[in-house]
Each structure stands twice: as C-alpha cells, then as structure tokens.
Design a protein around this ligand. Structure first.
Ligand code: CP
Length: 303
C-alpha cells in the first residue's frame, strides 16, 4: 500500500484525523446552507463501484462530489468486467489510471483491501459485510450537532451484531464513548471488532437484553434485522423480536436521548413507527449528514 489517504475503517484512522474529517463535513454543510460552496475537487474524478444495492450511499457520494466540483463514474459489478471474471487487482490498476479516488460497496472486505493495496489512488469503504464507516461518521456528526461532544456519552445498540454495529465498536474507541450492544446470543457482534476494542481499552460491552443496553443511554441505535444474503430470515425475526425499539424501550433511555437508524428501515420490525417518526428520532438529519461528512472524507482523501 502506498501513501494514499484511504478511508477504509474508523479503526484505521486516528482520533484527530476523524475529528478533522467531521469538521470539514460541518464546514461544507455550512457553506451549502450559506450558498457559498467551495469546489476543492474541481477536475477530480471519483469512481463508485456497487456490488450491492444502495440509495443513500450512491446519491450522497454523487451529489457530494458534484458539489465539490468533481465528477463521478458509477460502475456496477454486473455491467462491468468485474462481474465477468476480471480481477479486483487488475481493476484497481486500471481505474487508478483514470480516477482520483475509488469508492466500493461490496460484500467481501478482501476486495476493499485489494483495491487499496493494488491501486494507486485513495479507496473509500462504502460498506462491506464487516463495516460501514461512512455511516458512523455521519452518525457521530449528527449526535454532536444535537447534543455536543459524544465523548463520555453512552450509546446503546439494539439488534443483530452486524457490520454497522462493528463500526459503532470502532467509533466507541476512537471517539471515547461507552457502547452497550444488546444482541441475541445467536447474532452477537464481530469477535474481531470486540477483541480490537478490548486491546485498545474501549468501553464496549455486549449485553443480553435490549433493556440492559438502553437503560440510561444518550443515544439508541438499531438496524435492519435481515440484510441481503442473510440466511434463515424467519429465525432471525424470531430471535430479534425482543430487540425492537418501540416507545416502551425508548422510555428506558435518558429523557433527552436521540434515536438513530442508518436506513432503510423496516417499519414495525426493528423499530416502531412511533419511534422512527417520534420527537427523539434524528434519522433524516442522519441521512442528510451522509452527504456532508462524505464531502469531508472526499476532500481529506484527495487533498
Ligand atoms: N445507510 C445506507 O448505507 O443506505 P444505502 O444502503 O441506501 O446506501
């Protein structure tokens, strides 16, 4: 790997850099609101590779890059040679001759690592089965907009220990907050992420019930119970039923607690309508901040 500024995981960057990126995102958001957009990426090109579906990631990266003065090329696996046998290593070498940065959404984290290792431009993780760092950067930015610094606060996760949960684990260490993950034993968080947090001295705990996780929390977070490719959706629904974030569960958090969901939501499953649309929900700000914080990531990667 060369000296490129990759954005591969929250755990891969230091706290100062992560704060700097969020600060850039906040500044870009301010510029946009004031109608005075700077275009630091004029003349630059970003390639977006999607091997899985997306609404927020695709649109926010495309709009963000355009607002920064650059342009975007969107590639899907099926419509490119990636889906017809060309290796990710060769793809990395070729795309590096055309583009200034590459974002990839893929099920396979190895592909992300190979793009970064064999390309010669910055690579951004737009979600793998192991993590979703862009999402968590937007979430931290959103929390801090509403409640000030997240350092020392308590974040509760209720649901399956999935890729988003892993990025929350990484963020707990880097941003210095407490994280309580309420997950069924059958869907516990990534052992690798938990081991990393333990090594780094993070305040991260896995608990057996949603109630234990949410009691006294400053922020309650959940995510879909079934993602594309997950096996046995009926069984997942059964074991995850007690982890639904409804009004009763939210009432166990602090009165000023916020609620987040990275979306898309499955209303009435992982969260009740009354919570998704309730006064503590900041899900639309969270979705909007994908745009702003990713502009921070793009400008950091390509500066
Ligand atoms: N939260 C998120 O990544 O949304 P998309 O799957 O729509 O990109």
């Amino acid at each position: 790997m060369g000296a490129e500024r990759h954005f591969l995981d929250v755990s891969a960057l230091d706290t100062v850099t992560l704060h700097k990126i969020i600060g850039r995102g906040r500044a870009f958001k301010g510029e946009l609101a004031a109608g005075k957009m700077s275009q630091p990426l004029a003349g630059k090109t970003l390639v977006l590779i999607f091997e899985k579906p997306s609404t927020r990631t695709r649109v926010s990266f495309q709009v963000g890059m355009q607002q920064l003065g650059g342009m975007v090329v969107v590639m899907s696996e099926k419509e490119s040679q990636l889906g017809h046998g060309e290796t990710i290593v060769d793809t990395a070498r070729v795309l590096s001759r055309y583009a200034d940065a590459i974002m990839i959404r893929t099920d396979n984290p190895q592909k992300l690592a190979e793009l970064a290792a064999f390309g010669s431009v910055p690579v951004i993780n737009g979600l793998t089965d192991e993590s979703h760092p862009c999402q968590i950067m937007a979430d931290v930015m959103t929390f801090e907009e509403h409640r000030g610094s997240i350092e020392g606060k308590t974040v509760a996760w209720s649901g399956a220990g999935n890729n988003v949960a892993s990025s929350w684990i990484h963020a707990a260490v880097r941003f210095g907050f407490k994280l309580r993950l309420g997950c069924p034993a059958t869907h516990s968080p990534s052992p690798a992420a938990l081991a990393w947090a333990a090594t780094e001295g993070g305040d991260v705990a896995v608990v057996e019930t949603a109630e234990e996780a949410v009691d006294g929390a400053n922020l309650v977070v959940t995510d879909a119970w079934v993602s594309m490719g997950d096996e046995n959706p009926e069984m997942r629904h059964q074991v995850l039923l007690p982890f639904c974030v409804d009004e009763k569960l939210m009432a166990r958090a602090r009165p000023d607690a916020l609620f987040m969901h990275c979306l898309p939501a499955h209303r009435g499953e992982e969260a009740a309508d009354a919570v998704l649309d309730g006064p503590q929900s900041v899900i639309w700000d969270e979705a909007e901040n994908r745009l702003h914080v990713q502009k921070g990531i793009l400008s950091w990667c390509m500066s």
